[in-house]
Design a protein around this ligand. Structure first.
Ligand code: IVH
Length: 682
């Protein structure tokens, strides 16, 4: 997949996830199953793992996930439950191998052993033992907090309730709850006989069975468990991933077989092919192979990016395809005015999931493939990504068929549609007058990763907008004083619901700077970039001032802005453009009057010798790669910048350092050798 393609897929996926987040959390009216939702998220994370630059766009990936629903008690995970980056081709895998070697700074002769094992298509779960007794089990939830399903997990025969004497005092086992095909068939047959709704696939059946509030129901369901990793442990049980598997087996867990440990790419990839060929003969569903760095000390060094470990990857099996018809081509207008064509499909099952829409990406894509309303098309869910149209069966085309004409005017506000130079996307020029954009911006403002206002789902935002009560984000904070009675009088509301909403809004009158920046919905400013900006400027006034001063491209402020990781000229332009508009400044001022936004505390460690310091790495480092050095510095709370300015505290210079070293000397910035840096942070 090209970066451009990935970016489009990422955008469509983000919007879809936002939409379903609102349905689920805001309106308690999910339209898709948890499994489908998980697939969307996993795909998004996979894309970001492959293309880390996408994480800085509008991504719902970084923090929130399928937050626990009510009914089960919440459990905070001692160590986060991560997801995995995805690979879809041998090339992706070779890139992964190269990334690993580079990060670990391995020489030519040094071997890097990986363990490959089946990726079980079930639900991840963490099981905690204290004093060798099972004390708690939880779902993954959003990765940091899941649901307490201890009583349900207790009913699984595959899960030992006590551990042998040699097991550590504290041990968390991570693994997958799943259902075998044969058991699934029997369960469904029985349900059909009892006129209960049948499950779409074994994964849904496992999910439905595990999320029962009454554990006696779960007890009757044929659930199984495979262990594949550890969470918190009071003492190490092994030095390698393979050792972890052996320990798990000793403790009484099932582990998926066969697995492979090898250091040559050839053997590792052959294993993938073998498993793929044999997958239909397996007793349970697998959707790929997970490859993990075998040495645990190396896993630790590699650490993680956003929510996925650097030391593992899921090499997915190829996409599943299906044939259906395009009922209609619709245009969606996004928050930043981008027009996205979407095919409304005759619903069809692809790999156990009902698909009724596919993204058509943009005008070029429609023209290239000549996709028309009424066409019979082949679609695919590539690695569970939002479905795409692969090709059109032109021989099946109805006689009256006409080529699709991309609208010249916005379907929402009738403003002219333009295509900026070098861009594939067409954009509505309506800006503030375009209701679609305004509403999308408001939806974004209150969404989970932004202000996260409970009770303000998509429908409510739209309704309040139509009524003229909420036209700009500031209006949200004046709803109570201006429209308390109106809201209570709305159909389906009442005084109690209104009160609940005002309480939810009041709770968000204090907000962290990074969330605030993200909520503004500035083009290209996703959560990761918002956090970087917050970390860099510390408070809103400084950010605003910097962006105003940076209008002058010769200013220090502009250079400083570009020195921030992930911020290039294009992102800088969008920021400067946003702060350059009077109406934005007006809204900002009114928002800051209504809200409390405390100064931002850097995310890393705050008590290390380098926390809060700005560091630039340059030249070739000896003991580690630059990425590892950077990740380590950020963990310690330092800001890592790509260029040297007066604000730089340290320049760490390796072999052959060039212009950055020169600039540091000119500016009088302290220069450290790699050894001096190591000493400083030791
Ligand atoms: S290792 C990142 N091994 O796939 C933590 N995960 O799509 C280590 N999964 O969240 C995960 N089979 O729930 C690992 N053999 C296997 C797996 C596996 C299934 C799940 C896991 C993870 C998800 C990512």
């Amino acid at each position: 997949m090209s970066l451009e393609k990935a970016r489009e897929a990422h955008k469509a996926l983000s919007e879809k996830i936002h939409y379903h987040d609102q349905k689920y959390h805001g309106e308690d009216a999910p339209e898709i199953t948890d499994a489908e939702y998980d697939r969307l998220r996993r795909e998004l994370e996979g894309l970001e793992f492959q293309y880390p630059e996408l994480a800085s766009e509008d991504s719902p990936s970084q923090k929130v996930g399928a937050a626990p629903s009510s009914g089960f008690e919440k459990v905070a995970h001692k160590l986060p439950m991560l997801s995995l980056g995805n690979a879809f081709s041998k090339q992706d895998m070779h890139d992964f191998f190269t990334r690993l070697r580079r990060f670990l700074n391995l020489g030519e002769g040094e071997t890097l052993e990986l363990l490959g094992e089946q990726k079980i298509d079930g639900l991840s779960c963490s099981i905690r033992y204290e004093g060798r007794e099972l004390v708690q089990a939880s779902t993954r939830g959003d990765g940091s907090e899941g649901e307490n399903i201890t009583r349900n997990i207790m009913t699984l025969d595959d899960v030992p309730k006590t551990l042998p004497d040699d097991a550590p005092d504290i041990l968390e086992v991570r693994g997958e709850v799943y259902m075998r095909h044969a058991d699934f068939e029997v369960l469904n047959a029985q349900r059909a006989k009892e006129e209960q709704q049948v499950f779409a696939n074994p994964r849904n059946a496992a999910a439905g069975s595990l999320r029962q509030l009454d554990s006696s129901v779960t007890a009757k369901r044929p659930l199984r468990f495979f262990g594949y990793a550890l969470g918190e442990v009071s003492k190490p049980v092994a030095e390698t991933q393979d050792g972890v598997r052996q320990a798990l087996e000793r403790f009484g867990f099932q582990t998926p077989e066969p697995h492979i440990c090898a250091d040559d790419a050839e053997a590792l990839l052959t294993y993938h092919e073998k498993m793929m060929e044999g997958r239909s003969k397996l007793a349970y569903d697998i959707d790929g192979i997970v490859y993990k760095v075998n040495r645990l000390d190396w896993q630790e060094r590699l650490g993680q990016v956003s929510r996925a470990p650097r030391w593992a990857i899921a090499f997915k099996f190829p996409a599943e395809k299906a044939i259906t018809t395009v009922n209609e081509i619709r245009i969606q207008v996004g928050r930043t005015g981008v027009l996205t064509p979407v095919a409304e499909l005759e619903p069809v099952t692809v790999g156990g999931v009902v698909v009724s829409r596919a993204t058509l990406h943009n005008e070029d894509e429609i023209n290239r493939k000549d996709i028309r309303e009424g066409d019979t098309v082949e679609i695919q869910r590539a690695g569970d990504v939002i479905p795409q149209v692969l090709r059109v069966f032109k021989d099946k085309r109805p006689g009256h068929s006409q080529a699709y004409c991309f609208p010249e005017r916005c379907p929402e506000c009738d403003s002219l549609v333009i295509r900026e130079e070098g861009e594939v996307a067409k954009r509505c020029t309506g800006g503030l007058i375009c209701p679609a954009q305004a509403v999308e911006r408001l939806k974004h403002f209150v969404s989970k990763s932004a202000f996260d206002i409970d009770g303000m789902g998509d429908k409510v935002v739209r309704q309040f907008w139509d009524l003229g009560w909420v036209k700009s984000p500031v209006d949200i904070f004046e709803l109570k004083s201006l429209h308390e009675d109106d809201i209570a009088a709305l159909e389906g509301w009442g005084a109690l619901s209104a009160k609940k909403l005002f309480k939810a809004i009041d709770k968000k009158r204090e907000i962290t700077l990074d969330r605030f920046i993200y909520a503004l919905g500035i083009r290209q400013i996703g959560q990761a970039t918002a956090k970087r900006l917050a970390g860099h400027y510390g408070d809103l006034a400084s950010l605003k001032q910097a962006c105003l001063t940076a209008q002058d491209k010769d200013s220090d402020a502009y250079a400083d802005l570009l020195s921030i990781e992930d911020i290039g000229p294009s992102v800088a332009d969008d920021l400067i453009g946003f702060f350059g508009e009077d109406h934005n400044i007006d809204i900002l001022e009114r928002l800051t009057d209504a809200l409390t936004i405390p100064d931002f505390e850097a995310v890393g460690q705050t008590d290390s010798p380098v926390s809060g310091k700005t560091v630039v790495f340059t030249g070739t480092l000896e003991t580690m790669s630059r990425s590892e050095a950077k990740a380590q510095a950020e963990r310690l709370g330092a800001k890592v910048s790509g260029s040297v300015s007066k604000k730089t505290d340290y320049v760490v210079a390796g072999e052959d350092a060039g212009s950055k070293l020169k600039k540091a000397t000119e500016l009088g910035v302290q220069v450290l050798s790699e050894a001096e840096w190591q000493e400083l942070i030791a």
